[in-house]
Design a protein around this ligand. Structure first.
Ligand code: F6P
Length: 373
């Protein structure tokens, strides 16, 4: 049978949608740029959904992205599409007669996705957003996930973009704390982000030369921390830097939570507690600070821009190959795709026997779990 020639204009041009969800993170714009440029090179159309999944329901929040929209954005922090970490369509909060009511918008979102003729939804997000994406996949939306989080806590990818920038910002902050801690002979306790894992605190703490690093994976005993500090004074090193991951907790204790302006609870408060206790146990002058959202802002580092760009380009390749419901990931220095279901299964915690924890211990850094000798 003679081969039938398919005219180029008969091949359906793909229309893909792109959304950023959850907390922002340096490198999001580099992914957006890579997806748009990659897709345009295939002759496809790309539409950006603004302010998370719910944006699909609003005509003015679905905008066509052309080359000019993504020109010169790879080095910019934030996301040109906007984002929210309160935009779960399955449990969406709306105000009705002054009261907050939870509604399920998921089916409306799926219907709208298909009405608009989209072929895939590139979802750039962390564990929360990717879990929502997985539920949307069950409703039939073909998802290509791109892992983003400064926390670096997604198990199936060696690293997520945003992490390197956050660690760099935190390390610079610790460097600055050294000067003031030394001048005033103080203990400075700095609280870093990371959610329930200690990657940012561990990496920045080691790179910044902290004396004590408290991470969620190793519950701490303040007596061990106090001994480390007193030992420094005994050796005439009359200052100390304590890095505390926001998720760190005392042995047998709970995570520290604070109430945000919205009335919702979030991790926070460990540094203030630790500083007070250190002062009580050592009588050394102590100050605490929370580095907070500075870790999420600013220009992505070179390595985050590169990783974000590789992820974005790989997402387009995955669509081109007909893959769906997968997430791009970095494994053994290669970008691969993993089933979305698998991608959201596990949180990546700091392994206690990892060489990085061993290196810190070898250097005499305290994790607040050392026995009294
Ligand atoms: O997951 C990223 C992260 O920055 C965490 O490290 C932190 O716990 C949380 O988001 C803060 O969220 P919000 O932007 O709601 O304060």
């Amino acid at each position: 049978m003679a081969k039938q020639k398919v005219a180029k204009d008969q091949i359906k041009q793909k229309r893909i949608a792109l959304v950023t969800g959850g907390g922002d993170c340096p490198g999001l714009n580099a992914v957006i740029r890579a997806v748009v440029k990659g897709a345009l090179n295939h002759g496809w159309e790309v539409f950006g959904i603004e302010r998370g999944f719910e944006g699909l329901l609003h005509k003015n929040q679905v905008r066509k992205l052309d080359a000019s929209d993504v020109r010169g954005i790879a080095h910019l922090g934030g996301t040109i599409l906007g984002t929210t970490n309160r935009g779960n369509p399955f449990k969406f909060t709306v105000k009705k007669q002054g009261k907050e009511v939870i509604v399920d918008l998921s089916q409306q979102i799926a219907d709208r996705f298909f009405d608009l003729g989209f072929d895939a939804l590139v979802t750039i997000g962390g564990d929360g957003t990717l879990k929502i994406a997985q539920q949307l996949a069950v409703l039939g939306i073909p998802i290509i996930g791109v892992p983003k989080t400064i926390d670096n806590d997604l198990a199936v990818t060696e690293v997520s973009f945003g992490f390197n920038t956050a660690v760099t910002t935190a390390t610079e902050a610790i460097d600055k704390l050294h000067a003031t801690a030394k001048s005033h002979e103080r203990v400075m306790v700095v609280e870093l982000m990371g959610h329930y894992s200690g990657w940012i605190a561990l990496y920045a703490g080691i790179a910044g030369g902290a004396d004590v690093i408290l991470i969620p994976e190793i519950p701490f005993d303040l007596k061990a921390v106090a001994r480390k500090i007193q030992d420094r004074w005994r050796r005439q090193r009359r200052f100390a830097i304590v890095v505390a991951a926001e998720g760190a907790k005392p042995t047998g204790g709970e995570h520290f939570m604070t109430l945000r302006e919205t009335g919702h609870e979030r991790l926070g408060g460990v540094a203030e507690f630790v500083a007070k206790e250190i002062h009580r146990l050592t009588d050394r002058e102590t100050r605490s600070l929370v580095l907070g959202h500075l870790q999420r802002g600013g220009q992505p580092t070179t390595s985050d821009r590169l990783l974000a760009t590789r992820f974005g380009a790989a997402a387009v390749r995955a669509i081109d190959k007909g893959e769906r419901n997968v997430m791009v990931a970095l494994q053994s220095s290669k970008i691969i795709t993993v089933p979305l279901e698998q991608a959201i299964e596990e949180t990546k915690f700091v392994p206690l026997d990892s060489d990085i924890v061993c290196a810190a211990r070898d250097l005499g850094i305290s994790f607040g779990d050392e026995a009294d000798e």
